[in-house]
Ligand binder design. Structure first.
Ligand code: DAH
Length: 341
C-alpha cells in the first residue's frame, strides 16, 4: 500500500477545497470514524510484525499532517470570512463632513442684542444689567412718572405682593445707574420688560428693550442723532437716515420719536413703510431735569440724552418676523426660519 501517495492525494484535495462544506466532508472522508485514515489504522492487525512500527508511524504521520492541514484551511476560511465582511462593508470616512448638519443658533433677540452691544461698546459705552423686578420708585417715580400720572396707564404691569413690580421698561434702571456712576456717563442697559398687554401680533406681555444714556457737559440733540444713526447703520449694515418727530415721554424734555429711513426700500416707499419711506423705531429725548436731579446730577451743569429701543421690534425687522409672539414661543421650527436681513 502506497501510504505516501495517499497523503499526497489528500493534500492535493485539501489544496483545492473552496468551501467550509467541502472541508467538512473531506474531514469525514479521511479523519472521520469511518474515514480513510481510520481505516488504515484498522489494517494494522494484518501487517506483519516487523513492518507494524513503520506502518504505524507512517499512518500517524498522515493523520497529524492532515489534521494540521484541515486546521490550517479552517483558519484560512475564518480569516477570509472576516476579510470578506470588511470588503463588503462600505468604509466610513469619519473626516467627511456630514451632509445633514443640524446647527444650533442664537435666538434672534440675542443676535440683535449682541450686535447693538458690540457697537455701543466700540463707541465707549458701558453695558449694565437691569433688574427684572424693580421698585415702583425706580420704575415710575424716578423717571418722573409720579403716582396717578396718566402715563402709568399705558404701562400697567404685574404688581408683586411686596409692592415691587415687573419692570415695564429699561428706563427703570436709569436712576440706579446715575447714582452708581455719576457723571460723565455713557451706558446702555438691555433687559426684559413686562406689561399687562392685550396680546396681538405686535404686543406681548414680555418683550426686550435696550436703554441708553449719555450724560455730560454740553451733550445735545446732535449727539443723540449721531449715536443713533451710527448704531442703526451698523445694525442694518447699510446707511440709515434718522429723523426726529416730537413725542411725549415724562422722562425726557424735549422728547422725540426717532424714525429711520426704511431699510427695505431705502426710503423710496414700500409695503413695509406703508409707502412713506420712514419707519418709527425708537423713542428718545433729552433727559428731563427732574430725572437728573433724582439721580443726584445737577441739571444746570449736565445734560444728557436717553433712548429706549425695542429689541423685539428690531429683531423682527432684522429677521423679517411678523409675529412678535413667535419670539417668546420657543418654537424652534418657526424661529429657525427667521432670516437675517
Ligand atoms: N421707556 C419708554 C417706553 O418703554 C421708552 C423711552 C422713551 C425710553 C424715551 C427713553 C426715552 O429713554 O428717552 O415706552
Amino acid at each position: 500500500m502506497d501510504l505516501k501517495k495517499i497523503l499526497e492525494e489528500a493534500i492535493l484535495k485539501i489544496e483545492n477545497i473552496k468551501t467550509t462544506e467541502e472541508l467538512a466532508s473531506f474531514y469525514q472522508e479521511y479523519l472521520g470514524k469511518t474515514g480513510k485514515v481510520t481505516d488504515l489504522m484498522k489494517l494494522m492487525k494484518d501487517i506483519p510484525n516487523e513492518e507494524k512500527k513503520a506502518f504505524g508511524m507512517e499512518v500517524n504521520n498522515i493523520k497529524t499532517t492532515l489534521h494540521a492541514e484541515v486546521e490550517k484551511k479552517n483558519k484560512y476560511f475564518e480569516e477570509k470570512k472576516i476579510l470578506d465582511k470588511i470588503d463588503n462593508t462600505k468604509l466610513v470616512d469619519l473626516t467627511i463632513p456630514s451632509s445633514k448638519k443640524i446647527k444650533g443658533s442664537l435666538h434672534p433677540i440675542t443676535i440683535v442684542q449682541n450686535k447693538v452691544i458690540d457697537i455701543f461698546l466700540s463707541m465707549g459705552f458701558t453695558v449694565e444689567d437691569g433688574n427684572e423686578i424693580e421698585t415702583e420708585y425706580n420704575n415710575f417715580e424716578a423717571v418722573n412718572v409720579p403716582k396717578n400720572h396718566p402715563a402709568r396707564d399705558m404701562q400697567d404691569t404685574f404688581y408683586l405682593d411686596n409692592g415691587q413690580v415687573l419692570k415695564t421698561h429699561t428706563s427703570a434702571a436709569q436712576n440706579r445707574i446715575m447714582k452708581k456712576y455719576g457723571t460723565p456717563l455713557k451706558a446702555i442697559f438691555p433687559g426684559r420688560c413686562f406689561r399687562n398687554e392685550e396680546l396681538d401680533a405686535s404686543h406681548e406681555n414680555t418683550f426686550f428693550q435696550i436703554e441708553g444714556m449719555m450724560i455730560d457737559k454740553n451733550v445735545s440733540i446732535s449727539n443723540l442723532i449721531y449715536f443713533m444713526k451710527e448704531m442703526l447703520t451698523n445694525v442694518f449694515g447699510k446707511e440709515i437716515n434718522v429723523r426726529l418727530r416730537p413725542g411725549f415721554f415724562p422722562f425726557v424734555e424735549p422728547g422725540f420719536e426717532l424714525d429711520i429711513s426704511c431699510p427695505y426700500c431705502g426710503g423710496k416707499g414700500c409695503r413695509v413703510c406703508k409707502q412713506g419711506g420712514w419707519i418709527e423705531l425708537c423713542p428718545c429725548g433729552m433727559i428731563h431735569p427732574n430725572v437728573l436731579k433724582m439721580g443726584g446730577i445737577d441739571p444746570d451743569e449736565y445734560q444728557g440724552f436717553a433712548f429706549g429701543l425695542g429689541f423685539s421690534r428690531l429683531a423682527m425687522m432684522n429677521f423679517d418676523i411678523t409675529e412678535i409672539r413667535l419670539l417668546n414661543s420657543g418654537n424652534i421650527k418657526a424661529l429657525s426660519q427667521a432670516k437675517i436681513k
